[in-house]
Each structure stands twice: as C-alpha cells, then as structure tokens.
Design a protein around this ligand. Sequence first.
Ligand SMILES: NC(=O)c1ccc[n+]([C@@H]2O[C@H](COP(=O)([O-])OP(=O)(O)OC[C@H]3O[C@@H](n4cnc5c(N)ncnc54)[C@H](OP(=O)(O)O)[C@@H]3O)[C@@H](O)[C@H]2O)c1
Length: 281
Amino acid sequence: MTEVGKALVSGVTGGIGGQVVDQMASQGWDLILMARQQTQAQKLRERLMHEYPGQSFWAYAADMMDRASLSATLTQISHDHPSLNALINLAGVLSGQPRHSEAGIEWHVHGNVLAAHQIQEALRASLARGADTGRKSVVLHMSSGAANGAKDPWRKGGTPNFGKPGMMGAYATSKAMIAAMVAHDAAEWASEGILLRAVDPGPTATGMARGDGVPVLVRPFSGWFKKPETSARQILAALPPEAMNGASGLFVARGRQRRMPRLAANTGFQDQVAEFIRQSA
Ligand SMILES: NC(=O)c1ccc[n+]([C@@H]2O[C@H](COP(=O)([O-])OP(=O)(O)OC[C@H]3O[C@@H](n4cnc5c(N)ncnc54)[C@H](OP(=O)(O)O)[C@@H]3O)[C@@H](O)[C@H]2O)c1
C-alpha cells in the first residue's frame, strides 16, 4: 500500500466517478473500484495499473439495487481490505419514471440512501481500523442542491410519501435523506475516528444531467453545466480529514462547507430517516 492511503470509490463508471478515480490515482491513492459490471471495473483497473505501476488497484462488482448482491460484494471487500482510509460513494440514480426496487422501496430512496448506508455500515470496521494509525478516516456521500427543495415524506404521518419521480421529487427527497443520515450518524462515527461528510457536486455535465429525471426545460442547458473534472476536484476538497476544520456531519458544495439543507438539518427528520433505514435493513 502507498503512504497516501487506500480508498473505496463506488460509481466509478459515472461521469463524476471516473474523474474522481483519475484524480485520486494521480494523487497516489490505492483504489478499490466498485462498479455495477465486473468487466467495466476490471477494464478501469487494468488501465490504472498500467498508468500507475507503483500503486494498487482492485475491481469489484455489485448492483446497488440488489441488497443480497451488494452484501456479498461488501463482505468480500471487508475481508480483503481490513483497513481503509476513505469511502467515496458516488453511485447514484435519477429517474423520471415511477420505479421501485425488488425490495419494494422507492427507487431513489433505495439507490441513493439505503445502498449508501449498506456500504457505509459494511465498511465501518475497516474504516475504524484505518483510523487506528491516528489519521482519521473519511466518508463522502453525494447529496445534491436539489435537497434544498425536498419535502418531508413523513409530514402527513403514516406511510412516507417520497414524492413523484425526478429531480424535484423523490431524487430531492433521497438527497435530503442522505445529508440527514450524515448529520445523524456523525457524532457516533467520530468516536471511532471516522468523519462523515455530505457533498453536493453541483450541476455537472454527465449522463445523469441529460437523463429523463431532469426537468424538460433544464435538459437542453445541461451541456453548460460544470465539467466532471471540476466537480471531482471540488468533491475531493472534502477528502483530507483536516479539511473543513476537521469537522464531521457537514454539508459541502463547491469545495467549501455550506449550510445543511433545511430539511436535513432538522433533528426530527434525521431521527425519522435513521428509523426508516433501521426498519428497511
Ligand atoms: N451530475 C449532476 O449534476 C449531479 C448533481 C448533484 C449530485 N450528483 C450526484 O453525484 C453522483 C454521481 O453522479 P453522476 O453525475 O456522475 O451520474 P452518472 O454519470 O449517471 O453516474 C452514476 C453512477 O452510479 C452507478 N449506478 C447507477 N445505478 C447503479 C446500480 N444499480 N448499481 C451500481 N451502480 C449503479 C452508475 O453505474 P453504471 O455506469 O453501471 O450505470 C454510475 O457509475 C450521484 O450520486 C448523483 O446523484 C450529480
């Protein structure tokens, strides 16, 4: 292992994920690459091994929407990598169609919240061991500025209403939920030497920004969004443990700490999200 550290990155085939991987590799990180398809993860691994022969790269596959598949892969990863310094969770979904996972959970909530939590929990012991050396481990989960427009799914009581599909609906809700999860879990995880941070990459010209989950009027302008390499650089500003005054449980956008979206900052909402995650596990 190099002295820079070892990190797991999910969503490495994505517009932003690909750039995060390239920038971290150029900084000297050893990287565990997690993708939906093994062939894609392996292809990326081979390119990186060729470009950075002094570093180590591993390839794993898992479908975030399939709890069992994700669990099997994560068990293997935590066995193969008992010590980790960072987790950057970039895999995410945005759909304009009403969809549910096989577990019957709203698509965005499953992909952007429950899968992220499953990854975080499965790697908790490895991240804590990574922090044993005295240097804190860091987890970055992707939120979004859309979280600022999210409505509380529990506002009417009873069964949660995550909203219609799309960026301004269930996607926004899921991104408020992941930020709330980060705020809720931060103190407990900090006691194990692990810092949790929610990051908004900002509007970025990737496949997701051109997809059917983005409002029709916004889609034609997605070509003018930030380049993925710019977003990757801003995301990675939150990676050094000492960045952001060494704080945990915070919201980062454009490379700086920002105010947590109002709903995510609400401790009642944070407790609801934590309970929902616990019940869905
Ligand atoms: N682009 C933006 O404007 C923007 C703004 C704010 C936040 N974000 C967030 O930033 C993150 C990265 O977004 P992006 O723009 O880079 O999106 P992207 O290009 O669509 O990449 C999404 C990544 O998630 C992976 N993924 C999707 N479904 C999966 C599944 N079921 N199992 C495993 N992997 C799956 C994709 O893998 P495949 O290649 O196999 O599909 C891909 O690697 C996301 O969390 C997104 O919500 C993006």
